[in-house]
Design a protein around this ligand. Structure first.
Ligand code: PLP
Length: 384
């Protein structure tokens, strides 16, 4: 069987067209074994030794991720944060990293609380301002630019090709958290990015029932070896069951996120006209800063995440969220169910998110139902 001319949608739907040679099963078996038999001549010809090194359960999902991102290899991790922190830990104390000022708040918290005391030099910079990036770059010392696009929860857009050329001119690497864009809407490696990261807990899995992360690399180089070693030595692997669930979720990735992104676009446009919405943050809106770059580097949609800034400040936002019915008040994103969250409340003291902001993860419900429910909650929240 050849999959050479299959489009990404087909590769995902059939998880690369894999069929179990022994049984003909179209859905893969779950290998639970933590250890694997050594050959009598002392070799390990299957390539499997011990679960912390590698696991047959990872192979198919890593192969699919590699293919969808157009990379050379992929690694799955116990969580998105395990994947993120591994990239920074692959550096040495004294190395300088430039990090986007808007990133998932857990990344900033870990960098400030752990990576800086450990010896990494970390500077935050507005990645949408290329001059600021060039000024903050320290040739020779800067080893990595870390960005996220669209960036949680204000959806700032990074011009990945431009950032890659700044980094590569001085031998640094670029890594991007592409959790929100997904391989459906953006292919960072084709734009010059070296490492793509996903919180696979979100859209890749898509069903809010596992915790997982992934890295995909442009090339299998020394950095990639270090990342494999870190995963193996720290044991930040996912279990066989989680790997299976991730692959199961990825089979429906394309229709799920395309549907959700269409709804997000409709919601963003309609919410702009709501009397209690001060502004809508969504890269698909023509007047959103970074829209032109997003339109160039994303294809087929702008993702299923948006935020609204609510009139009445923090109180107005929290009171509005209190009255939703169809939307669920919960953290996280990327599941079939739509979620609403007052971000500043979960991010705590270190939060830089506006206090009047509600983050919306759009799921698979009917878009008109979602609008009606949220519009009614905004109305009730402002009346009471
Ligand atoms: N990156 C983004 C954009 C996220 O939203 C999250 C979690 O919310 C993470 C990374 C961390 O992923 P995980 O929760 O799987 O560790």
């Amino acid at each position: 069987m050849t999959t050479a001319n299959w489009r990404p949608e087909s590769l995902a739907a059939q998880a690369l067209g894999w069929i179990d040679a022994k049984t003909g099963a179209v859905s893969p078996p779950i290998h639970m074994s933590s250890t694997f038999l050594r050959d009598p001549d002392n070799q390990y010809r299957t390539g499997h030794i011990y679960i912390r090194d590698d696991n047959p359960a990872f192979e198919q999902v890593e192969a699919l991720l590699t293919k969808l991102e157009g990379g050379a290899s992929a690694l799955v991790f116990a969580s998105g944060m395990a994947a993120v922190t591994s990239v920074f830990l692959a550096h040495k104390p004294g190395d300088h990293v430039l990090v986007a000022e808007h990133v998932y708040y857990g990344v900033r918290k870990w960098l400030n609380g752990f990576a800086k005391p450990w010896g990494l030099a970390v500077d935050y910079v507005d990645m949408s301002n290329l001059d600021a990036v060039k000024r903050a770059f320290r040739p020779g010392q800067t080893k990595l630019i870390w960005t996220e696009t669209p960036a949680n929860p204000v959806w700032t857009i990074t011009d990945l090709a431009a950032i890659a050329s700044i980094a590569h001119a001085s031998g640094a690497k670029v890594a991007v958290d592409s959790t929100v864009a997904t391989p459906v809407f953006c292919k960072p490696i084709a734009l010059g990015v070296d490492i793509v990261m996903h919180s696979a807990t979100k859209f890749l899995n898509g069903h809010s029932d596992i915790c997982a992360g992934a890295l995909i690399t442009r090339q299998e180089d020394e950095m990639w070896e270090r990342l494999w070693t870190i995963r193996t030595q720290l044991g930040s692997i996912i279990g066989s069951m989680e790997a299976w669930l991730l692959l199961r979720g990825m089979r429906s990735l394309f229709p799920r996120v395309q549907w959700a992104a269409r709804s997000a676009q409709q919601l963003a446009e309609k919410l702009q006209a709501h009397p209690f919405v001060a502004s809508v943050l969504y890269p698909g809106l023509a007047d959103f800063p970074g829209h032109a770059i997003a339109a160039r580097q994303m294809t087929g949609g702008f993702g299923a995440m948006l935020s609204i800034r609510v009139k009445g400040g923090e109180t107005g936002a929290i009171r509005s969220a209190a009255h939703v019915n169809l939307w669920k008040r919960a953290t996280s994103l990327g599941g079939t169910e739509s979620l609403i969250e007052h971000r500043a409340s979960i991010e705590g003291d270190a939060s830089t998110t506006p206090k009047d902001l509600l983050r919306l993860s759009v799921g698979l419900e009917d878009a008109a139902d979602l609008y009606d429910d949220l519009a009614a909650a905004l109305d009730t929240g402002h009346r009471n």
